[in-house]
Design a protein around this ligand. Structure first.
Ligand SMILES: Cc1cc2nc3c(=O)[nH]c(=O)nc-3n(C[C@H](O)[C@H](O)[C@H](O)COP(=O)(O)OP(=O)(O)OC[C@H]3O[C@@H](n4cnc5c(N)ncnc54)[C@H](O)[C@@H]3O)c2cc1C
Length: 173
């Protein structure tokens, strides 16, 4: 049996006041599964955060992108440059080194340069990474003669890595 159950988006353990902005996941936005208001704050500035900010700005929304460290940390430099340029061209407000502090009724508070900055938002879009889902492996490994796990359920990676691991396991079997 090959377990390839992927990953689920990380959530924020943060209080959202009644009447405050809606909080949604970036992958649901990209898949068109949720509604997004006109003023948006995207939390997380790696691939998914930059891509969802780009998409929403393209739709004419007022988009701010906040990232706790630098924009696009750990991403491929060429891709980061392309995405960052697209965000700048589309007027996305980019706040690196600005961790989210709290969600208020009118938006979010972020720490920015030693002060608290308030950004208004109708919708807060989370793009704060994913975590592996692999409990099936533990459950089945004593039930079948051969059990393997591949892709994001072992370690968060990209599609090419998951496909490569699948091909390797296929050859091994
Ligand atoms: C928004 C977003 C954008 C991305 N963009 C890129 C990109 O541009 N390029 C790139 O290379 N990578 C990208 N990635 C990463 C890439 O999607 C993953 O690395 C890749 O899909 C991992 O493949 P996987 O087969 O391990 O898991 P997944 O593609 O996550 O597939 C796992 C599947 O298993 C199903 N599943 C889970 N549990 C069960 C169960 N108990 N029974 C049956 N089915 C189950 C899930 O529903 C899911 O369909 C992106 C990821 C996200 C979230």
């Amino acid at each position: 049996m090959v377990v390839a159950t992927g990953a689920v988006p990380n959530n924020l353990n943060i209080h959202v006041p009644v009447g405050g902005p809606s909080v949604v996941q970036a992958n649901d936005v990209i898949a068109g599964r949720v509604a997004v208001g006109q003023r948006v704050v995207v939390v997380g500035g790696r691939y998914v955060g930059m891509e969802v900010a780009d998409l929403l700005a393209e739709e004419g929304k007022h988009v701010s992108l906040i990232e706790a460290v630098e924009l696009g940390w750990g991403t491929i430099l060429g891709l980061k440059a392309v995405l960052r340029n697209r965000l700048v061209e589309k007027g996305v407000y980019i706040y690196p080194h600005s961790p989210l502090m709290r969600i208020t009724k009118t938006g979010v508070d972020v720490a920015n340069n030693g002060a608290i900055l308030h950004l208004k938002a109708d919708t807060v879009v989370l793009a704060i990474g994913t975590r592996p889902v692999n409990h099936l492996l533990e459950e089945i490994k004593n039930l079948v003669p051969e059990a393997y796990a591949i892709g994001d359920c072992t370690e968060i990676g990209d599609a090419m890595e998951a496909i490569n691991q699948g091909a390797e396991i296929g050859r091994l079997i």
